[in-house]
Write a protein that binds this ligand. Structure first.
Ligand SMILES: [Cu+2]
Length: 246
């Protein structure tokens, strides 16, 4: 690319401003849907220089408001990092910010739901595109959201609104092996671990929080592990979960 440096910079700056606008008023849309994915995908898809610019802008304005990122390591009982674990934070004092419209997608690819695990704030609109060349029949019997999308291909015209907090387990009436999990939480502060077992809660206002962790293989799903996160702490002590994953 023989683009002059000044031009490139202008383009990057415009991109950063566009990102900032996108992330402001109704913004939580993408951010709420999946903090992990929102943060991770630009880095994967775009040159490092753009990340540096966008990230720089974001953290500068974040610092001014006393907002910070919290990293939460999650392992099994042997200390092995756990992927696909979910952590969410609720402030110990004060109200949780009201839910804003958010949306996300759970795809069906090669007779599997993708992703296996999602987390979103209550009220999220979930679309279920079917990318396979076979039809699927998506359903949930979970109390937090009962629904069925009768046998279909392509993308259903309306998303499904997950309007109550709780765990929603998805299945397909045709393919018994298909399963996916959506944890719906009453807070905009949540994240999912990657392969390194680290979840990053982005942009938390300063204050004390209670962190709660969930994993689909937890032996006791009724009593989720929690811990208090004192103000000013940016790396939570590791959670070690009793799970059957191996
Ligand atoms: Cu199916």
């Amino acid at each position: 690319m023989a683009v002059p440096d000044s031009l490139q910079r202008a383009a990057l700056c415009a991109a950063a401003i566009a990102l900032a606008l996108l992330l402001s008023p109704g913004a939580a849309v993408a951010a709420d849907a999946s903090a992990t994915r929102t943060v991770a995908s630009p880095s994967a898809a775009t040159p490092a220089k753009i990340n540096a610019t966008a990230g720089g802008h974001a953290s500068a304005s974040s610092a001014a408001k006393g907002i910070g990122d919290i990293t939460v390591p999650i392992t099994d009982m042997k200390g092995v990092p756990l992927a696909n674990a979910v952590v969410y934070a609720k402030p110990r004092q004060g109200a949780v910010p009201a839910a804003r419209a958010s949306a996300m997608k759970i795809d069906q690819v090669d007779r599997e739901f993708v992703p296996l695990v999602s987390v979103a704030q209550t009220g999220v609109a979930v679309s279920f595109p079917n990318t396979d060349d076979v039809e699927h029949d998506v359903y949930s019997f979970s109390p937090a959201k009962r629904f069925q999308l009768p046998l279909y291909s392509g993308t259903p015209s309306h998303p499904v609104i997950f309007d109550k907090p709780g765990l929603v387990v998805l299945g397909c009436n045709i393919h018994d092996s298909m399963v996916a999990f959506v944890l719906v939480v009453d807070t905009p502060y949540f994240a999912k671990t990657g392969a390194d077992g680290i979840a990053t809660l982005a942009g938390l206002p300063a204050g004390e929080y209670v962190l709660t962790v969930w994993h689909h293989a937890l032996r006791d799903a009724q009593h989720l592990p929690t811990q208090a996160l004192p103000a000013g702490v940016h790396t939570a002590p590791a959670f070690a979960l009793a799970v059957d994953v191996h």
